[in-house]
Write a protein that binds this ligand. Structure first.
Ligand code: FES
Ligand code: FES
Length: 165
């Protein structure tokens, strides 16, 4: 270990991991370069577009700005976790059904941001969806379909919960 590195221990997509990181490394770099979790992407690199969204301890963060050492002890989720069981998450299903993407570059960021929203607010209004996704940019302009997808995802998730109870 060098003077500019440190070992962090955290939970990545439900698996405990330990990794040596440079103190100036970002969490985005760690998940992409060390764990090949490439669903999160770097675009602006300045916290302005949401393409690099990750969930850390239930909160969305810009992976391009989040210092990797800060993840020590945290629970980190990437988009790959959503269908790790082999079944698409209702949010992924809804994005496909609604055609809520064109090139797809922004999609994992929108999906994780939607996940954070629906976890804390299972029945959001259209304004609440727009507000929650306002930090995510889609250069293809798929916004109307994305809003519909989040509304459908909310319906699918509530239906799943009702089946369970
Ligand atoms: S790449 Fe991180 S917010 Fe744009
Ligand atoms: S689908 Fe292309 S940037 Fe959003």
């Amino acid at each position: 270990m060098s003077a500019t590195s440190t070992v962090i221990h955290f939970v990545l997509n439900a698996e405990p991991v330990s990794v040596e990181v440079e103190t100036n490394e970002t969490l985005l770099e760690v998940v992409r370069d060390r764990y090949a979790l490439v669903g999160c992407r770097e675009s602006c690199g300045q916290g302005l577009c949401g393409c690099c969204t990750l969930i850390v301890d239930g909160q969305s963060v810009s992976g391009c700005l989040y210092p990797a050492p800060f993840a020590d002890g945290a629970e980190v989720m990437t988009v790959e976790h959503l269908d790790a069981s082999g079944t698409l998450d209702p949010i992924q299903e809804a994005f496909i059904q609604c055609g809520a993407f064109q090139c797809g570059f922004c999609t994992s960021g929108f999906i994780l941001m939607s996940r954070e929203l629906l976890d804390r607010n299972p029945d959001p209004s259209e304004d609440e969806i727009r507000n929650a996704l306002s930090g995510n940019l889609c250069r293809c302009g798929a916004y109307p379909e994305i809003i519909k997808a989040v509304q459908l995802a909310a319906t699918l998730r509530r239906a799943t919960l009702e089946e369970v109870h």
